[in-house]
Ligand binder design. Structure first.
Ligand SMILES: [Zn+2]
Length: 363
């Protein structure tokens, strides 16, 4: 790649990438959904044809209907109810990310959604952790190095956040690096789970909060100022606190300024944000403005199955929309690595011995 030229999709795949926001139940292979459904006698899939099912997931998520969007997760979660199924899905997740050139990923899932056939919360976490070990080993055998950190998610409309926070702390030395809350944002503000966040802070545990996606500034404000989130899941609506004048002059409101000053990482997921209507198109995604203004922006996949995407594809779309060079992609990648919940020395090691050499090699 010559200086200033735009990286091709093939080149992007070879670049080392870091992913902080990826849902395990949103990234299952369509073939695996079909096989697991057959195995357990789950008959509610819209089709058992693998290619058709893959397309159905993307179309349902694209439809603009919340019901159809949620139905997609009902199917993936339905086939992830045994230790063997969870272990397999986690292993394949690690393999797929590694094959796409992701060198470090934080993958999240909600243990409370996988209890339907009698697994306990710790059994769910153990199965997923074992799957990631399998997948990292398989990737290594295939010539790819990947490291996975796990985030445990609590559902914001439910009442188990304290229990899940305790679970995250109990597994902190075994691969769980943080905590998250997800689910419908409107009507379920992050302060509803304040006791869990206060507990995590006392335990010096890291956490991120889905905020500023379906709902605006008050949600971001609560996540940061009340709950003390280390990072924001999406956070796209922070642009509501940024004024851009006719001459291009920019004025930041207090909350936007605070986010930038404190270097609070934003886990942005361009394709997903377009699907849920948080933004109109990738070309109009606030990531362009926020990158220009020096916010701590990262690029993520959210739900690879429902968005028909990958880290390389998200980056390729940004290259197309904003003419980003490999220098820009390296900036996003180092931002993500700096913002991960790994210990500082491990972050630094990945930046100096994997990420920088990887970008230097491609050009
Ligand atoms: Zn998400």
């Amino acid at each position: 790649m010559t200086e200033g030229s735009l990286p091709t999709y093939a080149q992007i795949r070879r670049l080392p990438k870091v992913l902080l926001h990826d849902h395990l139940d949103g990234g299952v292979r369509p073939a695996t959904v079909v096989e697991l459904a057959r195995h357990i006698g789950y008959s509610r899939l819209p089709t058992f044809d693998v290619d058709e099912l893959g397309r159905w997931f993307v179309e349902a998520a694209d439809s603009g209907s919340l019901e159809r969007y949620l139905e997609t997760f009902a199917h993936t979660v339905a086939v992830m109810q045994t230790a063997a199924a969870l272990r397999r899905v986690a292993a394949e997740c690690a393999e797929d990310l590694a094959a796409d050139g992701v060198v470090y990923a934080e993958v999240r899932f909600a243990p409370e959604l996988h209890l339907e056939t009698g697994l306990s919360l710790p059994e769910v976490v153990e199965a997923v952790l074992a799957g990631f070990v399998d997948g990292q080993q398989q990737a290594m055998d295939d010539g790819h190095r990947i490291q996975i950190g796990v985030l445990l998610t609590a559902m914001r409309h439910a009442a188990r956040s304290m229990e899940i926070a305790e679970l995250a702390v109990a597994f902190r030395d075994r691969g769980v690096v943080g905590f998250d809350i997800a689910g419908a944002e409107a009507g379920f503000p992050p302060t509803r789970h304040l006791d869990a966040f206060e507990y995590l802070r006392r335990e010096t545990m890291h956490f991120t909060i889905h905020a500023g996606e379906g709902f605006g500034l008050p949600s971001i404000w609560e996540a940061i100022t009340w709950c003390g989130a280390d990072r924001l899941g999406h956070g796209v609506r922070i642009v509501d606190d940024i004024e851009v004048g006719a001459e291009g002059q920019v004025r930041l409101g207090r909350l936007a300024a605070y986010l930038r000053d404190k270097r609070i990482p934003l886990e942005m997921c361009p394709t997903s944000n377009v699907q849920t209507g948080a933004v109109a198109s990738v070309a109009e995604h606030p990531i362009g403005l926020l990158r220009r203004l020096g916010f701590r922006v990262t690029v993520n996949t959210d739900n690879r199955l429902m968005s028909g995407t990958s880290m390389s594809l998200e980056m390729a779309k940004l290259v197309e929309a904003f003419a980003y060079t490999s220098k820009d992609l390296e900036w996003f990648t180092i931002n993500a690595m700096k913002s991960s919940f790994l210990p500082f020395d491990e972050r630094l090691e990945l930046i100096t011995s994997v990420i920088k050499p990887g970008y230097a090699a491609v050009g």
